[in-house]
Design a protein around this ligand. Structure first.
Ligand code: NDP
Length: 397
């Protein structure tokens, strides 16, 4: 029997999630889309070939969220608003007894710091209520965690090193734009980098470790070590791990713009006084930059995101990569979105599908790699994100 989903957030990712849920009516029989600006929900609903109910909601506040959930009684809430809303939406789900899913972990608005501790702290309350929260069901975090669980289940006795590699080799035609929410994106890459080695975190200056990585279907690209949230859960759940790092590609043009913006103070996240008003420079910058949702129409090229493993199987060394390649223009043809929104929205739909079908169940708060990766991997192939395995691939070849 079909179930009802409430999607919160009508941005680039919300658009994809709504389209993809609509493509699976046997699971998602009713869809409600709510966001701060109802007109954005209506525009998405008008483009979907099934009825989608739309609502206005301020997700910074628990009370209107509880009213919204009580009005619609969904079976699951998919949070694709911003990380700042994670805790209010988790509170509202707890109060109403409804399952929760998101794609990015909580960040306090006044501190560029993302950690699972705030959301993991809900575990006992969710368990006692008998409901489930699935954290980080996008691509990275999300599919990358599932790739790790899949490698651990089928290919390794011990995984010694993991390198998560995220390449966007697309061209959007703007001198500077971010592929998802500019404020969240710039906060992520201007903070200190971090990776995990031999049982401890190693902190590095932003963008200070660079390497040319050869990406399947895309070729060699300059990649930089960043801190990324899935590292925090994967170090807990992968056996025998000695090192885990996260790499992302950036072009020289992008880095030059970013350096200038940082140097002049435009990426600051604290309030400054301007002509009698208080403004937060990074929020003002967001207003000036292209809306990531608008980039799709002219975007060309591909993304390649995957995980490179090194470890041991049956006493022998084993190296390999699991990855997906996604074409910006093909995504736009299907759901009017570029590949970064697409690769996030599809796994959000699949994660919710796993929960509603009972393939992934549990009471409490969970990360993706804690569940059986097989049904999720099957659905990636089925719903637009086919994956491949490259045997013998290392971070250096
Ligand atoms: P957008 O900025 O395009 O969309 C966010 C949406 O949330 C907007 O429609 C916005 O409304 C709405 N929103 C913001 N604040 C509130 C609020 N207080 N109440 C209700 N609605 C609100 O972002 P994206 O779609 O690019 O990203 C969505 C999420 O996906 C983010 O959390 C991002 O970090 C995550 N993400 C995860 C990835 C992964 O691989 N795991 C990759 C990329 C993104 P309005 O339009 O009115 O401002």
């Amino acid at each position: 029997m079909g179930k009802k989903v409430l999607i919160i957030g009508a941005g680039g990712v919300g658009n994809v999630v709504t389209h993809k849920c609509a493509q699976v009516p046997e699971v998602f029989s009713e869809i409600v889309l709510a966001s701060r600006t109802k007109a954005k929900c209506d525009a998405i609903a008008a483009d979907v070939n099934r009825p989608v109910q739309t609502e206005q909601v301020d997700a910074d506040d628990v009370r209107p969220l509880v009213r919204l959930i009580e009005k619609h009684r969904p079976d699951v809430v998919i949070n694709v608003a911003l990380p700042y809303q994670d805790l209010t939406i988790m509170d509202a789900c707890l109060e109403t007894g409804v399952d929760y899913l998101d794609t990015a972990n909580y960040e306090p608005p006044d501190e560029a710091k993302f950690e699972y501790k705030w959301q993991w702290a809900y575990h006992d309350r969710y368990r006692d209520e008998g409901i489930m929260a699935l954290l980080g069901s996008g691509f990275d975090p999300g599919v990358t965690n599932v790739f790790c669980a899949y490698a651990q289940k089928h290919y390794y006795d011990e995984i010694h090193t993991i390198d998560i590699v995220d390449c966007n080799a697309g061209e959007h035609g703007h001198p500077f734009a971010t592929n998802f929410n500019p404020e969240i994106n710039i906060r992520e890459i201007t903070q200190k980098g971090r990776y995990w080695q031999n049982g401890r975190w190693v902190e590095i200056e932003p963008m200070s470790i660079r390497k040319e990585i050869d990406y399947p279907d895309v070729g060699p690209r300059a990649s930089y070590v960043l801190y990324h949230e899935e590292l925090e859960s994967l170090v807990k759940h992968i056996k025998g791990l000695k090192r885990i790092r996260f790499w992302m590609t950036f072009g020289d043009e992008y880095l030059t713009h970013l350096r200038v913006l940082q140097n002049v103070g435009m990426t600051r996240i604290d309030e400054v006084e301007f002509e009698g008003h208080k403004i937060v420079p990074i929020k003002f910058l967001k207003a000036l930059l292209p809306d990531p949702g608008s980039l799709g129409a002219t975007y060309t090229g591909k993304t390649c995101i995957g995980v490179i493993f090194d470890g041991v199987k049956d006493g022998r060394r084993k190296q390999m990569m699991i990855y997906n390649v996604c074409d910006h223009a093909a995504c736009y043809n299907e759901v009017k979105a570029q590949a970064v929104s697409y690769t996030t929205g599809v796994p959000a739909m699949i994660g919710a599908k796993m929960m509603l079908e009972g393939k992934w169940r549990g009471a409490g708060v969970f990360n993706m790699e804690q569940f059986d990766p097989d049904p999720f991997m099957e659905d990636l192939n089925r719903y637009g994100l086919p994956w491949h395995i490259l045997d013998g691939k290392t971070i250096d070849n």
